[in-house]
Structure formats: structure tokens, C-alpha cells
Design a protein around this ligand. Sequence first.
Ligand code: HSE
Length: 430
Amino acid sequence: MQEIRIAVAGFGTVGQGVYKHLLQNRALLQQRLGIRFAVHGIAVRNLRRKRSVKVPRSLLTQDWKSLVEDPRVNIVVELFGGCGEARKLILAALRKGKSVVTANKALLAEHGEEIFEATARYRAKIYFEASVAGGVPIIKALREGLIVNRFQHIYGILNGTCNYILSKMSHGGVSFEDALKDAQKGGYAEANPAFDIDGIDAAHKVAILASLSNGFLMPFSKVYIEGIRSITPLDIQFAHQLGYEIKLLGIIRNENGLSARVHPVLIPRSHILAAVDGVYNAIVVRGDVVGDAMFYGRGAGADATASAVIADISEAGLDRLYSTEMRPLLGAKPAQTKIKSIDEVVSRYYLRLSVVDRPGVLAAIASVLARKKIGISSVIQPEGHEGKAVPLILMIHDAKYRDMRRALQGIMRLPSVRGRPMLLRVEDLS
Ligand code: HSE
């Protein structure tokens, strides 16, 4: 039986999960693939750190360079994360013709061009199933199972930490801070949780999905990003009253141009994505041939991510065994697609204002909106006391963001409008 030797770089939550399951299901992999995988070495930053899996001391090294360049190593699994050492390590491995397996969405989204150029130059291969939605095989689905489709839209709950926080706020009345602490305890949040709650982690995943589904490298700088820090329990309560749930979605839409964005959205409570709770990820894809397809599962955590990493190790092993050439990642010729700026994107809106309850306030707000030809579809104003500040919720018909943004600037100049407004997009997902 063919033996394939693996170097693992990074031995945190995911690295330990990969090691554990490679050993635990070794016989199954041998039976299914005809390959015996052997871990040749594990590069770590700290040799003494306590770990939850037992590993022979002789496998650990702090010298990733020698490990990665060792001629006996066939596959390098990069789990350092980030764009510093990880970038150098992947380039070094590709230069030596090794196959690289990575979960590093930040690196692929922000340095994809350099990495993919290196794969072509050195005729080396890279696999990155675990970079998007953890254990959910969405990369293989887009590149293989759905290859014949043009994608009209992809909607995804792509960040488990944000989904956990919003679910807790929606169902448990838990504060944003407490829900975040819980998610961190569960090992789902990024080392820097700002990456999660400010939408950056989801945006890295959107850049990868947008690239694969549209045949060109989506520049990360063109992904519009808003996070969930400013969502309040009051907004969740009003969203429920109106029949919606608030979710952080990654959205890729082809409609007179491509828009790729991450922001909180009100979605109907009856939609299947509204029922996706906790750390789970879900992705709804609409293809012109398949119609609608949905993928659901654990988007983070040691075991789910290990499942995706080991799927890539297996594919890399088979590719080496059968000397398969790497097929073009994005097709031979990049498609020419116009990328829309967020200002051009049309949607409905939820607008929460704090206004002084006095005659003429609503009329003044409606007239600012009307000047931009923006219509109001419904209004909620809890009964208050005349002359006191009250929340005013407006549901707004389809409008370009540029018009909505400018109208909001006008509204905020009205003397009866106080405090910070909350503007959220509304998607019916149909
Ligand atoms: N921090 C990410 C999440 C995990 O919460 O979904 C992996 O990307």
C-alpha cells in the first residue's frame, strides 16, 4: 500500500482534530483510498503547550521550514492561520512541489493571486475545503457537483460565532457580550473576535465563494462589509414583530453585475435560513440548472473542520497516487463581470429612528424620503408621551443604497430626530 507523508503546521484546535481523526479512522481511509497516511512531523510555536491529544514528542518541531522542505514529506497541511508565516510556509511548500492543504480563508481571500500563481508556476496543488463553512463541503459542491450551473445567488450564514450570538439574542434574551463570551469558550471564535463580529471572517469566505462561482478572483477589497456590533435587543424585538429574524449573511448576487457583501439582514422567519441557529452554517445556492440547493452543517470547531481538512488530504493523496494534474481553479479564461458597488445595490430597508413624538415628525421624514422617490411600506411607533423621544420603525420599499444613504443624512438633520439611526437591509430571499 502506498504511504503518503504529511507535515502539519499549526497544532491548535483544528490541528489536533486532524491528527486525532487521521489516527482514529486510519483503517477506514486505507480501505477507501488504498493509501496509508503517516504524520511525518508537526510544526508548533510552543513545544511545551498542553494539548488535548497525545502525540509523540519526536513529531513536534519549531522549525517549520526544515519540516516543510523535507523531501520525504508529500503533503503540507497549513493550519497556522493569518497572512504572515502561513504565507511564507505555503509558498515554500509549493516551491518544493508539495501538495498544500489549508483552512486559511484570510490568506486565500487577500493573497489568492500570489498563491494561485505559485501553484501554476511550480505545478503544485492547493486544496482549501476547510476555508469556508468548516465541515460543509461547499467548495467541492461548487467546483464539482454544481459545475454546470451559472449562479444567480448564493446566500450564506458563514460565521458561526455571529450566528451563535444572534441566535442567543433572539431566543434567550442574552446580551451581545455574554453570547460572545460563550462562543469564545466553545472554541468557535477567531483568535481576534473582531474578525467574527465585524464581518471580516465571513467576508473572506464570501470572496472565496464569489471567485469560485464566477470564474475570476474576487478582490477582497470589493466585498462590502458590515458586522453585528450595533444590533440591539430592540431591533431583534421589532424584527420579530414584523415577522423577521436578523442574520449576518454573506450574499453573492448576479443581477446586472455582481455584488458580494456581508451585512446583517432581516429575513422572513418562515425562510429555512431563519431556522439555522447556533454555530451552524448554511448556504443556499440558486443555479440556473439545479434550481435551489442548500448545504447545512457545522462551520467551525475541531471535528467538523478536521473532516474537511482530511477530505482534502485524501484528495491530495489520490491526486499524487494517480499523478492527476491540477485542473484550472477558476476555468481557463476569467469571465468579464462588472462588480457593483454597494451604492448601486437595491434592497428594502428597516430603519429605526429615535424621534420626539410631536405633530409633523412623520410627515417631515416621509417628505425627505419622497424627494429621493423612496416609499414607506409600513410604520411602527409604540405609543409614547407627546414631546418625549420614542422609537420609530419604518419599513422601506426597494431603493438604491446611494439614495437611501443620502435620504438618511437628510432625515438625521431634522430637529425632531435624535440619537443614532439603525438601518438594516431586508431580503425576502426569493
Ligand atoms: N470563527 C469562525 C466562525 C470559524 O465563527 O465561523 C471558522 O471560520
